[in-house]
Design a protein around this ligand. Structure first.
Ligand code: NDP
Ligand code: 8X3
Length: 252
């Protein structure tokens, strides 16, 4: 049986690196994202290696998601993998200075978008059965609070709890679920977070030897290729340069 993978957010970072990694390994791909030109260029490139179906989609648009998934060609009827990767942080200011619109976008993308793709694609994963798997992109921010992580971290804590809970409901189907929780990784994530501010991007990664998208793709490839009787429940990884913050104490 062909192995087919659905990736949300394949136009940059982890999603793009996963598309390349799994195409090299011969998996068929459904790749998604909002930036059509990038998505099409990736589809054109990877079509030399495998079947690729690009879907220009905003994961926040439930009805567009339903239509696009309903309309998938028959050859994508069953899925061996789903990588719920589309997501973002907006800002890192203290909560009292934040814009509620940014909080809406994070909740709608990181939580609701992930719920839509999961629920809409579950029948196709269950149809594949034993050996299928979902990898949800959580974050260290879902485990460890840091100043400015508030809503972003809370969305990733949701992703962790939802991932662990979902496993209960999939018992007997053979479908695995993993919450992958990376720390500092170099991608457009920080350009998005800081509104395109290149200086803040550079400061975030400078001297830190951050994890690279290709490292995450390799990890996800490992997770989805575990023997069918093994579920990696959660996996947290950080660059060696990153550790936990100490407790903050206000002495004013
Ligand atoms: P990037 O910014 O490089 O990639 C994010 C991807 O998500 C893009 O392909 C983007 O595509 C897509 N996306 C964002 N919003 C939407 C939307 N509304 N609809 C569809 N696609 C969307 O970031 P990363 O690759 O680093 O991040 C990927 C995931 O990993 C995110 O969930 C992030 O929270 C998580 N993560 C990142 C870490 C890091 O340090 N980089 C660490 C831990 C977790 P487009 O704009 O074309 O729609
Ligand atoms: C992104 C990792 O440490 O910037 O999820 O929150 S961090």
């Amino acid at each position: 049986m062909t192995s087919t993978l659905f990736i949300t957010g394949a136009t940059s970072g982890f999603g793009e690196a996963c598309a390349r990694r799994f195409a090299e390994a011969g998996w068929s791909l459904v790749i998604t994202g909002r930036r059509e030109a990038r998505l099409q260029a990736l589809a054109d490139e990877l079509s030399a290696l495998t079947d690729v179906h690009p879907l220009v989609l905003d994961v926040r648009d439930r009805h567009a998601m339903e239509r696009a998934i309903d309309g998938l060609p028959e050859k994508f009827a069953t899925l061996r993998g789903l990588i719920n990767n589309a997501g973002l942080a907006l800002g890192a200011d203290p909560a009292p200075r934040c814009d509620l619109n940014d909080w809406d976008v994070m909740v709608d993308t990181n939580i609701k978008g992930l719920l839509y793709s999961t629920r809409l694609l579950l029948p196709r994963l269950i149809a594949h059965g034993r050996g299928a798997g979902i990898v949800n992109l959580g974050s260290v921010a879902g485990n460890w609070p840091y100043p400015g992580s508030h809503v972003y971290g809370a969305t990733k804590a949701f992703v962790r709890q939802f991932s662990l809970s979902l496993r209960n409901d999939l018992v007997g189907t053979g479908v695995r679920v993993t919450d992958l929780e990376p720390g500092l990784c170099e991608s457009e994530f920080s350009l998005v977070r800081f509104g395109g501010d290149q200086a803040k991007y550079d400061a975030t990664y400078s001297g830190a030897e951050p994890i690279q998208p290709e490292d995450i793709a390799e990890t996800i490839h490992w997770i989805l290729n575990q023997p069918a009787h093994i579920n990696i429940n959660s996996l947290e990884l950080m660059p060696v340069s990153q550790t936990w913050a100490g407790f903050a104490i206000d002495r004013s």
